[in-house]
Design a protein around this ligand. Structure first.
Ligand SMILES: [Zn+2]
Length: 207
């Protein structure tokens, strides 16, 4: 069987490393790209090159943005007393796309997972607790809400429980809620459809 040219083989290998892409899809993508105009490839390459270089991690919520403090954290119309805690920046995008949420976020950077040796110290939990401590001192606790929107997986639930306990150590009166049921158990937030996610957020309950 004839071998693919090196340039094609390299790109197939690179694509195969992406989540959800097997050898067949990778090959299909590469041959699709081969048939697109050079300008498309140039744009794509440029976007890829810029991806990591131009992105800033928000110093408040640890989501991604174009500036030191992201557009959500610097928006005066957002309710800074309602913090939605998520695992990944993609979850911020998913909830934002849903529309309707007027609070702010805190991106943990993952979930506690002993099998992968990810403990609470590997996540932005200390930073979250600092934010909460500051809020407790500055705003009326009745106006505060911490929504734990970690994934409905074993790791996500364990992380939510851990954070709840740590918040209670700061102040027992802080309103803590967990996104409601209806989300597919064991799946990541990003795969939930908007209606389900919207219902899960609206149906959040105090924990
Ligand atoms: Zn931010």
């Amino acid at each position: 069987m004839a071998e693919f040219p090196v340039a094609i083989k390299n790109l197939i290998t690179a694509f195969e490393r992406l989540p959800g892409i097997g050898p067949k899809s990778a090959t299909r993508l590469v041959f699709y790209l081969l048939n697109t105009p050079q300008s498309f490839i140039d744009n794509l390459s440029n976007s890829l090159l810029r991806l990591k270089k131009d992105i800033k991690i928000c110093s408040v919520c640890f989501s991604v943005g174009d500036t030191e403090v992201c557009s959500i954290c610097s928006d005066n119309k957002r309710n800074k007393n309602v913090v939605c805690v998520v695992e990944r920046a993609i979850d911020v995008m998913v909830i934002e796309n849903m529309g309707g949420f007027k609070g702010v976020y805190h991106v943990l950077g993952g979930a506690v997972n002993p099998l992968d040796h990810i403990g609470p110290d590997d996540l932005k939990i200390v930073e979250l607790l600092q934010r909460i401590r500051k809020m407790v001192n500055e705003v009326d606790k009745k106006d505060m809400e911490i929504i734990l929107a970690t994934n409905p997986t074993m790791e996500g639930e364990a992380t939510a429980l851990y954070i709840k306990r740590r918040i209670e150590e700061i102040d027992k009166e802080v309103n803590i809620s967990r996104i409601g049921s209806g989300l597919p158990i064991g799946a990541d937030l990003e795969y939930a459809d908007q209606a389900t996610l919207s219902r899960a957020l609206d149906g959040r309950r105090s924990i």
